[in-house]
Design a protein around this ligand. Structure first.
Ligand code: APR
Length: 311
């Protein structure tokens, strides 16, 4: 049996966990690559030992050499630095920009036809940078933000209502960060919008918990940030990107006039399949939701302009 080839750049918490899930779900042969010597090789070897127990079909190889990533169908980029004490957001932006730029240059050289799924934060800026500097069509450069944010919204709704997770459909759009736009009218329990079930205060509290879901994890862990749900969200997207189903997921894509937003990457519901990004689903938003989406886009645009990325 032959499997698609997925390269995961960054063998840290998020990258290695995503690699493990890709194998367990038998979605792809994986190449795990990192700048740190031994790290991807060690984790790949450990996962190959796991294979003898779990008996999954696909294999994984760890490497520091981009030649081994050649011919990938999908490249997932999780390489980056976490924010360290004393580091400003701008310092992080500069450091991770350099990393994403250099990673993209090398992966694109070996897999020019791949779909590139960016995960490194600050996400919306990193995806834009990856698209702009690679010169690849925006159809094949996409970011993982909305799936994770929507998952955190669904969790908050489940906690509040006690409803089974399978009955909850949640949606969060916009920037992957403080300017996120959870969408309560489009978030349902058994098909009923939460705005028709819960008080305004309760809905506001769920929105708040969703927006700061990542920070809640960081505060508990004390070192490092979330990785299980980010990895699961990556795998959800890879599954859609390997299929012809045209699954609609909230994903970070280039907007070209949708919702009146131009030349910004941010999360909105969009159909994705093995050719990459398809049609953006334009939700029937009200004036307040539209204003929130545009305000979110404006914060991303500001960061892009601070890096002089836009024309
Ligand atoms: N090339 C390849 N790998 C790199 C490079 C580079 N230029 N620079 C750093 N890395 C690797 C590091 O060596 C490390 O193994 O990226 C990995 C990042 O792993 P972690 O520090 O464990 O970070 P993680 O929690 O996995 O998060 C990765 O995903 O969700 C986002 O905000 C998160 O931007 C962060 C990224």
């Amino acid at each position: 049996m032959s499997y698609p080839k997925v390269t995961v750049v960054g063998a840290g918490q998020v990258g290695a966990t995503a690699a493990e899930l890709l194998l367990l779900h038998e979605l792809a042969d994986v190449v795990l690559i990192d700048i740190a010597e031994g790290l991807p090789q060690g984790k790949a070897l450990d996962l190959m030992h796991t294979r003898s127990v779990e008996r999954f079909g696909p294999t994984i190889a760890g490497t520091n050499d981009y030649a081994d990533t050649a011919g990938s169908d999908i490249v997932v980029v999780t390489a980056g630095l976490p924010r360290k004490p004393g580091m400003t957001r701008d310092d992080l932006l500069a450091a991770n920009s350099d990393i994403v730029r250099s990673v993209m240059f090398q992966v694109v050289e070996h897999s020019p036809e791949a779909i590139f799924l960016l995960v490194t934060n600050p996400l919306d800026v990193m995806v834009y940078l990856a698209h702009k500097e690679s010169g690849l069509p925006s159809k094949r450069v996409i970011g993982m933000g909305g799936v994770l944010d929507s998952a955190r919204f669904a969790f908050a709704v489940a906690e509040k209502t006690g409803a089974p997770i399978a009955e909850i459909e949640a949606l969060a759009c916009g920037a992957h960060g403080d300017a996120m736009v959870p969408m309560p009218r489009f978030t349902t329990v058994g098909g009923t919008p939460i705005t028709e079930m819960l008080s305004e205060e309760d809905v506001a509290a769920l929105v708040e918990r969703t927006t700061f879901g990542g920070a809640e994890v960081v505060a508990l862990l004390k070192t490092g940030s979330a990785f299980y749900a980010p990895a699961a969200s990556i795998v959800r997207m890879v599954r859609a990107l390997l299929s012809d189903e045209g699954d609609v997921v909230p994903a970070c894509v280039l907007l070209s006039g949708e919702y009146g937003i131009e030349d910004v990457y941010m999360s909105v519901p969009v159909a994705i399949d093995r050719t990459g990004v398809g049609a953006v689903v334009e939700l029937d938003v009200n004036a307040e939701e539209l204003a929130a989406l545009r305000a979110s886009a404006a914060t991303i645009a500001e960061a892009l302009d601070s890096l002089n990325l836009r024309d």
